[in-house]
Design a binder for this molecule. Structure first.
Ligand SMILES: NC(=O)c1ccc[n+]([C@@H]2O[C@H](COP(=O)([O-])OP(=O)(O)OC[C@H]3O[C@@H](n4cnc5c(N)ncnc54)[C@H](O)[C@@H]3O)[C@@H](O)[C@H]2O)c1
Length: 362
């Protein structure tokens, strides 16, 4: 395909599953972008960092708590950044909301709702999704698209951190029903004993007392949705309504009326999006245009300039750790579990670092 498009034919490494090591043994690589099946994400990222190559890892970057720690320790020991490529942190609307929050429009942040609602059953059938995890595990297996923007909205890892996690899962009906309807009830996959519940609801309480509700909802027929809602002492933003409600300066009894988000989007536009057209879209869902090219451009800028990546290893694993933590909580009958402090105390003194935009004056 590359050669057919008139470019130089790339070298390939196809001598088995471990051939990535031969590729990473090269001394002319600055970075490795890892978009392989889940079980390879951490081993490949760790290997890359040990070879002094920046690691860009697709979601989820780790599938166990031990892997989360491996990423943190290797990045700390080698001094090489590791970034999970969570694209929703870079969405135009989410970054404008971040600017609004940092300008204090919502007051002190109290609570957030988020979800990843995306019917992926057809992916399971095509085996694009790693079905072994859905057969063997019940967890929020894909928490990063919901949590990506929430981390910076709530100053997680820079002033606050996740403390307690509680998760609850429904039974599984959705995969069986959809596969039976599409392929007949005798379809071999429809008859499998899928362990993954249809909806997983997770609650997180932070050390500073904020709460988050996260839904994983990927096995029932429905349109795509993230249901972001972030609420503070002075107002809230609701993505589904495309609206904000702000209490206003000194007014205790503001009319309880939503205001359209669009003027706020324009006024608090993040510098990564302002003054230029969207860098182009690779998705077909409304509002996605340009997010992935922007994220990639920022990652490769960091590689070229040998600076930190926009999402660091701590934010990567904290977005991701809801996967293993929710599994533990569900297995224990929804008991609360403690979230490790992957920063080992640095969250208390670290200043906000993701997408800091000094150019917004409003
Ligand atoms: N950020 C997002 O919005 C988003 C969207 C889709 C997929 N993803 C993630 O991207 C990753 C890839 O998803 P996909 O749909 O492209 O999967 P895919 O199965 O189509 O592609 C995986 C590729 O990895 C290759 N591969 C497998 N084992 C390998 C090994 N040991 N060494 C080298 N290559 C190997 C396969 O040949 C295949 O080309 C997944 O982790 C998925 O979760 C992220």
């Amino acid at each position: 395909m590359v050669a057919g498009a008139g470019q130089e034919r790339p070298e390939t490494y196809v001598k088995g599953e471990g051939d990535f090591r031969r590729m990473m043994a090269r001394d002319d690589l600055d970075a490795v972008y890892i978009a392989t099946p889940w079980q390879w994400h951490t081993p490949m990222a760790v290997y890359a960092m040990k070879r002094k190559q920046y690691a860009g890892v697709e979601v989820p970057c780790a599938i166990t708590l031990d892997e989360c720690w491996q990423l943190v320790k290797t990045s700390e020991e080698t001094g090489i950044p590791c970034m999970m490529m969570e694209n929703w942190s870079f969405r135009r609307d989410n970054l404008a909301v971040l600017n609004m929050i940092r300008k204090g429009l919502l007051g002190s942040i109290v609570h957030c709702h988020c979800a990843h609602s995306h019917n992926c059953v057809s992916w399971y059938v095509d085996k694009k999704w790693p079905i072994e995890h859905l057969l063997k595990r019940c967890a929020d297996q894909y928490p990063t698209h919901s949590l990506g923007p929430v981390l910076s909205w709530m100053d997680i890892n820079c002033g606050d951190r996740f403390d307690t996690v509680v998760s609850m899962a429904t039974n599984q009906w959705g995969i069986t029903d959809q596969l039976s309807r599409q392929h007949g009830k005798d379809n071999p996959q429809a008859r499998l004993d899928w362990k993954q519940g249809d909806i997983v609801t997770t609650m997180v309480r932070t050390v500073k007392g904020k709460t988050i509700v996260i839904n994983m909802d990927m096995q029932l027929p429905r349109p795509y949705d993230n249901r972001w809602m972030i609420q503070g002492t002075r107002g809230l933003y609701d993505e589904q309504r495309n609206s904000v409600y702000l209490a206003g300066e000194g007014k205790l009894h503001t009319p309880e009326k939503w205001s359209p988000f669009d003027p706020y989007q324009a006024k608090y536009e993040h510098q990564w999006w302002r003054g230029k057209d969207s860098p182009g879209g690779s998705f077909d869902r409304p509002g996605d245009g340009g997010v992935d090219p922007l994220e990639l451009a920022l990652f490769f800028d960091a590689v070229r300039n040998k600076t930190r990546t926009p999402i660091d290893v701590y934010d990567s694993v904290v977005m991701n750790c809801i996967f293993p933590l929710s599994e533990i909580s569900i297995a224990k009958g929804s008991q609360p579990v403690k979230c490790p402090d992957f920063t080992c105390g640095k969250w208390e003194t670290t200043k906000p670092k993701f997408a800091v935009d000094e150019t917004v004056t409003a």
